[in-house]
Design a protein around this ligand. Sequence first.
Ligand code: FES
Length: 159
Amino acid sequence: MKPELVDILVPNKKDRRHLISLLQQVQYKFGYIPKEAMLAIADFLEIPESTVYGIATFYNLFRFTPLGKHPVKVCMGTACHLAGGKLVLEAMARELDIQVGGITSDQEFSLDRVACVGCCALAPVVVVSDSVYPRMTPPKVEEVLVTVKPVSQEQPEKH
Ligand code: FES
């Protein structure tokens, strides 16, 4: 067993009804569900790997790639959805050139949709790292990403 999983795969959780809770703990610890962790859980619970994979992928609360240095979360709670959150999410996916649940090739950004983040009056909302960006629109997406992009990533100006 991977040493990082020792405190999660504890004897009193050795029952398949704890599968979702084990997956949640793994995601909490690593920020995603690594493939090795799914295999370790299957081994620990003595159930097929396909069962663990099937359950993990059934729920859209689990992600299978690491988080970027700047995790981007687009709120898709009711208020944000009604205020155009879906268009913001699509614009963000286009701008980052990744799908929801993915990570950019430079590992700078990951993209997720989340439930209400608790500031519905500012809908639609995007959270990047710990900063909340209110009243988002598709045209504002690039602006937001530029503000969090590290200076080293900026293109040098051509003269
Ligand atoms: S629904 Fe988006 S902040 Fe509440």
